[in-house]
Design a protein around this ligand. Structure first.
Ligand code: GLU
Length: 509
């Protein structure tokens, strides 16, 4: 049994959170809860050029909506804070200096133009330039320059970066809990920048220093970070720190399996890729969110949990408690997981069905309010029980339930043609008289009496009952007729039917 692991979700506030990021956070959360651990939120905002206004608030709101709480971090606090990297800025420099002192890093003064010239030169020889053991002595850095010059440059305030110094030709082993052993030779790796003279660390240095000082035991993150893992392993070694365990999650793929699910795919293919709607502060462009598209948060969580993991049996519907109970890293698959809109829809439908009318009411009340409808909560709940099996999305409510709140103003011409035959006004008026005879209304008795009338007069049951339905709903749809009449009320049914008779009239074929 693992002892109290500490895991983190470490987004950069560069825009809305992609559902791939939500899944990463969810797996971290499930792993922490399963093992009595701690789950923290760290905001990685060292790259000020990519900072986007409102992104951090968006991230926090998204997890609140999803019901994935953090134990520590931005917005919560904790003993390892601050949890926003920009507020930890002063902390990183001594670590960069330590690496230089110990021979694991060096100052580099190459200007962008010099680096560009090297790249162009390599390109002309059909090579790619790499800053590494084979090239670094030909560059402008503290390894190639005399010590006095290095000191003088730094003292004069010349801009510099600190680069990691990989040993030449070293096989670096990354132990990944999902992928097993991944080995890469240091000759294939670039001496990555760790720190810049503007006082900001890069992602790599800040990430490792923070994971270490925040006592992170497991780094569970997307596969796109696997190429950075050898550097991270080496940094732990250089600092003499024990590395956390790594688990790189499989990619979320487009529905057709061709490539990674991108931010642009969602609105192009008709489903959200963000938990909440996002409005870009610069362009004003809006991208759809699961919340606004009528998904329930627990359905989204359940659907995402299964994109890359399964409990080892066929169970698909799982509450958060069950997900926590069944979760384990060794059941995460290596292969990318295809997003499926049908599956997302299915999960949402199932979760709507599981919810009581009381639980659904807070979602439907604002829809009614927006339509200008005031209705008794008990009536709304009774309607909910009747129609919820027709909903894939919460936003389908009005489409499926509008006629319980408003008389139809149009009648489906197809249904008229098929059902509304000769003498229909006469038959419907007779039925209305029967219905009016039951006060208070008795569904079963009214049903039996109407059936008896239809039979005694040798009428076509489908035509008559569907014409009545057409008058009430405006179309040939809706739940069981007499249940509907009971809920809408006989007076209203009478009024609607009179209006339909007037609008459609008697048809003589
Ligand atoms: N800031 C990185 C991101 O945006 C964190 C990667 C990691 O978990 O190490 O995903």
């Amino acid at each position: 049994m693992l002892m109290n692991p500490r895991v983190r979700f470490a987004p950069s506030p560069t825009g809305p959170l992609h559902i791939g990021g939500v899944r990463t956070a969810l797996y971290n959360y499930l792993f922490a809860k399963k093992n009595n651990g701690t789950f923290l939120l760290r905001i990685e905002d060292t790259d000020q050029t990519r900072f986007v206004e409102g992104a951090e608030e968006y991230i926090i709101e998204a997890f609140q909506w999803l019901g994935i709480p953090f134990d520590e971090g931005v917005g919560i606090g904790g003993e390892y804070g601050p949890y926003r990297q920009s507020e930890r800025k002063a902390m990183y420099k001594p670590y960069a200096e330590q690496l230089i002192r110990d021979g694991w890093a060096y100052y580099a003064f190459d200007t962008p133009e010099q680096l560009d010239a090297k790249r162009k030169e390599a390109e002309s020889q059909k090579r790619t330039f790499q800053y590494d053991a084979s090239t670094r002595m030909g560059m402008v850095n503290s390894l190639s320059l005399p010590a006095e010059e290095v000191a003088a440059r730094i003292a004069s305030g010349a801009p510099y970066v600190v680069r990691f110094k990989y040993p030449a030709d070293l096989d670096i082993h990354v132990h990944d809990l999902i992928r097993g052993e991944v080995v890469i030779n240091s000759n294939l790796l670039d001496d990555k920048v760790l720190y810049k003279s503007d006082g900001m660390p890069t992602y790599h240095l800040a990430n490792i220093v923070d994971d270490h000082t925040m006592k992170i035991t497991h780094v569970i993150r997307g596969e796109e970070w696997l190429p950075s893992a050898p550097l991270h392993v080496m940094l732990y070694k250089a600092f003499g720190w024990e590395a956390p365990q790594f688990a790189h999650l499989p990619l979320l793929l487009k529905p057709d399996g061709n490539g990674k699910l991108s931010k642009r795919d969602g609105d192009r293919l008709g489903f959200p890729v963000f938990p909440l709607q996002w409005r870009d502060p610069k362009s004003g462009e809006t991208s759809s969110g699961y919340r606004e598209s009528g998904y329930l948060p627990d359905a989204v969580v359940n659907m995402l949990a299964l994109l890359g993991w399964n409990p080892g049996n066929d169970q698909e519907l799982m509450s958060m408690d069950e997900l926590v109970e069944y979760f384990s890293i060794d059941k995460i698959s290596k292969a990318g997981a295809k997003f499926s809109l049908d599956k997302a829809k299915w999960f949402n439908h199932e979760y709507i069905l599981q919810k009581s009318a009381d639980e659904l009411y807070p979602y439907f009340e604002p829809i009614l309010r927006e339509k200008g409808v005031t209705a008794d909560p008990d009536y709304v709940k009774a309607v909910t029980d009747l129609i919820k099996d027709r909903l894939n999305f919460l936003t389908d409510f009005w489409e499926q339930a509008c006629y319980f709140f408003m008389a139809p103003t149009e009648y489906d011409p197809q249904a008229i043609k098929k059902r509304w035959k000769e003498n229909m006004p006469e038959y419907l008026r007779a039925i209305l008289n029967i219905l009016k005879g039951f006060a208070p209304f008795d569904k079963q008795q009214a049903h039996d009496a109407v059936m008896a009338y239809i039979q005694d007069n040798g009428l076509n049951m489908g035509q008559v009952l569907n014409s009545l339905r057409l008058a009430i709903v405006g179309a040939a749809r809706g739940p069981e007729l007499f249940t509907m009449i009971e809920l809408i009320g006989v007076d209203e049914v009478v009024a609607r039917t009179e209006r339909a008779i007037e609008a459609i009239g008697d048809i003589h074929s």
